[in-house]
Ligand binder design. Structure first.
Ligand code: NAP
Length: 487
């Protein structure tokens, strides 16, 4: 069913646009415009918080902390579970909101609603499984009791590329563990987080347990919060560059941090790969979210013997994709987030072509309203090209060939990043050997998507610290206390 302008007005009108502080919606010092990247037009305006309002939000999270941590785990779980149900019931409206502010096609926003909501269901179940242990000391006598306790007030900073899931992936475990939160979404996509906060209130979340700051001055608002000794945890998803800065700032108060940072995922296709599976996987790994995903395949490393065939099949599929406004029926590729993103992709493609790459499809931005770039496949990319070392964050697939497993693995690991890698092979031995040797936090074997709320998501090296999702996810919001007991 097509989206009408009435649908758009209704969905925009329903979203709160103020700051949520201590259970009350309050105006900002100013307002901040939210743009539709597919048209460049302003959708609406939200509150623009000042640094003082940031501290007021932290005050509220601190004030609510004691009672929230003492709430029965079952009650915390039930609130998350009710929020899961509400998100699911309102999936269409939330998907439309996300498409409007971020640009991705509606089908992808719907998939994100399913994925994002699932973190609330998963952590509603984890809330009641927080346990310690009891042991006899090896020398006898003393008993060793460990207990898990919420770490304390959390500051969560999220990016624009997955406006719902990046929020629920942090809020689910934090709230389940008994932590109160101040969350700051990216200025470009604040609406989904505001809608999510409204849903959590409706689900029964007590005042002050969740506070939302939208702001055009992320650094100025965040620094005093991070420097405040009452804050106990910083959880960040975004670029490695900003993550590094936040780790430095966190050192002052020795904050517990979770850092979900940038990626440069290799996508390895071995000589024995099933090419149908590999091309299907490549389409997902590259084109999900218009290539604007930390898990997006950034470098296609393909064995010499199949490189030409893989490249031409991928170029055919990518070249046939329908580009347009995400709200329109049948659109598969939406706009990039802004002009800077289009400029960066243009620069990287030009650099690769200058170094000898061949454009097999695409290769240019689309003139006119919105920030569109054509799905692009580059063949014969030289290893020195910038696309090999930098995160593309757009719909560009550079193909580099290798001649043996050792070379393929060495190329895959030749990056400062280590979030995810994909490998396509029909050999179980090769799959496991390669999975063991890849320097990444996650590996997809014969599949182009690894994200799953029941699995630990996260990277190594410059891709970050900590894990989100799975049984590991809640640990990030818990401290272990040991009690020694002499009997
Ligand atoms: P970004 O520029 O690092 O921004 C991320 C968040 O940090 C936004 O909310 C941003 O707010 C805020 N921010 C920026 N400067 C800040 C500062 N000095 N102090 C406090 N907050 C600050 O990244 P992005 O462009 O939004 O997102 C893309 C990046 O995120 C990519 O590198 C991608 O790989 C990474 N990412 C990683 C994962 C993962 O799980 N590993 C998942 C998704 C995305 P404003 O935008 O309002 O300034």
């Amino acid at each position: 069913m097509s989206v009408t302008s009435e649908d758009i007005s209704r969905v925009l009108k329903a979203v709160p646009t103020e700051l949520l502080i201590g259970g009350t919606w309050v105006a900002g010092e100013d307002t901040l415009d939210v743009e539709d990247p597919s048209t460049g037009e302003v959708l609406t305006a939200v509150a623009d918080a000042s640094p003082e309002q940031g501290i007021t939000a932290l005050d509220a999270a601190v004030a609510a902390s004691d009672s929230w941590k003492q709430t029965d785990p079952r009650e915390r779980g039930e609130i998350l579970r009710r929020a899961f149900t509400l998100i699911t019931e309102r999936a269409e409206d939330i998907a439309l909101l996300m498409t409007l502010e971020m640009g991705k096609p509606l089908s992808e926003s719907r998939a994100e609603v399913t994925y994002g909501a699932e973190f609330f269901r998963w952590f509603s179940e984890e809330a009641v499984r927080i346990a310690g242990r009891y042991a006899v000391a090896p020398s006898g006598g003393t008993r060793l009791l460990t207990m898990k306790q919420p770490v304390g007030p959390v500051y969560a900073i999220t990016p624009w590329n997955f406006p719902l899931a990046m929020g629920t992936r942090k809020l689910g475990p934090a709230l389940a563990a008994g932590c109160t939160v101040v969350i700051k979404p990216a200025a470009q996509t604040p609406l989904t987080t505001l809608a999510l906060a409204g849903i959590l209130i409706e689900a029964g979340l007590p005042d002050g347990v969740l506070n939302v700051l939208t702001t055009s001055s992320s650094g100025d608002v965040s620094s005093p919060i991070i420097a405040d000794p009452r804050l106990r945890k910083l959880t960040f998803t975004g670029s490695t560059e900003v993550g590094r800065r936040l780790i430095e700032q966190s050192a002052q108060q020795v904050l517990k941090t979770s850092m979900e940072l940038g990626g440069n995922a290799p996508f390895l296709v071995f000589a024995d790969a099933d090419l149908d599976k590999a091309v299907d996987g490549a389409m997902l790994a590259k084109m999900r979210n218009i290539g604007e995903a930390c898990t997006a395949a950034n470098r296609f490393l393909v064995h010499d013997s199949v490189a030409d065939e893989f490249a031409s099949r991928l170029a055919e599929r990518m070249g046939a994709m329908t580009i347009g406004r995400g709200v329109e029926d049948g659109v598969q590729v939406g706009p990039l987030i802004d002009t800077a993103a289009v400029d960066k992709v243009t620069e990287l493609v030009t650099d690769a072509v200058d170094a000898g790459a061949e454009v097999l499809t695409g290769g240019s931005a689309i003139d006119g309203a919105g920030y569109f770039y054509r799905p692009t496949v580059l063949g014969g990319v030289h290893p020195s090209a910038r696309v090999n070392s930098e995160e593309i964050f757009g719909p560009v697939a550079p193909i580099i060939s290798f001649s043996n497993d050792e070379e393929g693995i060495a190329l895959a690991n030749d990056t400062e990043f280590g979030l995810v890698a994909y490998a396509f092979t029909e050999s179980l031995t090769r799959a496991l050997t390669v999975a063991e040797r890849l320097e990444t936090g996650m590996v997809g074997i014969n599949q182009g998507i690894v994200s799953n709320p029941a699995a630990p998501f996260g990277g190594v090296k410059a891709s970050g610290l900590g894990r989100e999702g799975g049984p590991e996810g809640i640990e990030e919001y818990l401290e272990t206390k040991y009690v020694g007991i002499r009997l």
